[in-house]
Design a protein around this ligand. Structure first.
Ligand code: AVJ
Length: 321
């Protein structure tokens, strides 16, 4: 039926769990143990992330939302008739509303997210508030971009990737993603990209290690999820949240650090942690307007304009295919 998410990018629950298991087992087998951040976003993780966006220390959402309001007219001026807005990692689709309000004659909205509950809840709320808008959800992640649904209006395709989610990708992955998005969106496409900017590390560290411990819970939820879905036996009390600024790679890193020696069993495999050893769970790259431009150019886009917020600064770049 027409409100079910499009499933060609289409992890079923079983396929998702198999992917999660593979990524955890592979990741815990490395010298520097690591798990890709996309596995944070089960229903509880998506909810915890929404809580993070309201934290006093977590400035990116507030700053970007205000900047988007201010720049909406300029960013949407060239959408043209019947435009199709494709949002990558749409989550709760809250920022999207600013663009929807600025473009009342939008042809369609295509939210893409890895969390089915977040995707369906957001689509329901958007449909309720924009009854004339066509909403076509796509369940999936951005490493495997499938072609767009084929029954969309024929206006310009506009990519929307806010929230500095692109910062979660390694530099080469980010370029591959942007190049794939350009192919997916086609001739004449535009792309609105939100990034967090390099700043005083104390501000960055506070944003990823808040005083209420919500980010710590978000990070630890990865282990909770593994215990529930993979029948793993992580000792939650053995791990603590760490947020560190890696200046060389220009990124915030989140780790789960074993505070005592511990062993986890997942299926028939065991993984040992020395005291102090970490699982690297997320990198969140911080950009400059120059590094955004270099990344865009390397993936076949050109930068039309870059808007920068007041401090703590974030930026919105408008790209053209
Ligand atoms: C949603 C990926 C942009 O990297 O800042 C928030 C996720 N991690 N706090 C980010 C996150 C820790 C967030 N992104």
């Amino acid at each position: 039926h027409r409100h079910a998410p499009h499933r060609h990018a289409a992890p079923t629950d079983d396929a998702q769990t198999a992917g999660f298991r593979r990524d955890i087992v592979d990741g815990l087998s490395r010298d520097q143990k690591a798990v890709p951040p996309k596995w944070f976003y089960d229903a509880e993780g998506s909810r915890l992330f929404e809580d993070i966006t309201a934290l006093p220390e977590y400035y990116p959402t507030r700053q970007e939302t205000a900047l988007l309001r201010e720049s909406a007219a300029a960013l949407t001026a060239d959408f043209g008739p019947d435009a199709v807005l494709v949002e990558f990692g749409s989550g709760a689709s809250e920022k999207t509303r600013i663009l929807l309000d600025a473009v009342p004659d939008l042809g369609a909205y295509v939210p893409l997210d890895i969390s089915e509950t977040a995707l369906l809840d957001a689509a329901t709320r958007i449909r309720a508030d924009y009854p004339n808008l066509t909403v076509q959800s796509v369940l999936g992640d951005f490493e495997h971009l499938a072609p767009l649904p084929d029954d969309l209006p024929h206006g310009r395709r506009i990519g929307f990737f806010p929230g500095s989610t692109i910062g979660n990708l390694q530099p080469d992955e980010a370029e591959r993603f942007l190049a794939a998005a350009r192919r997916m969106l086609g001739e004449g496409a535009l792309f609105i990209l939100g990034v967090d900017l390099v700043k005083d590390p104390a501000i960055l560290v506070a944003a990823y290690d808040d005083s209420q411990g919500v980010t710590a819970a978000f990070n630890r939820n990865l282990l909770v999820r593994a215990n529930a879905e993979l029948d793993a036996d992580f000792d939650l009390n053995a791990f603590t949240h760490r947020a560190v600024w890696n200046a060389e790679a220009s990124r915030m890193e989140m780790h789960l650090q074993a505070i005592t020696p511990t062993t986890v069993r997942i299926g028939d495999q065991s993984f040992r942690f020395m005291s102090g050893e970490t699982i690297h769970t997320e990198s969140s790259r911080k950009f400059t307007p120059e590094s955004v431009e270099a990344m865009a150019k390397a993936s076949g886009w050109s930068v039309v304009r870059t808007d920068v917020s007041p401090e703590p600064s974030v930026a919105l770049a408008l790209l053209r295919a």
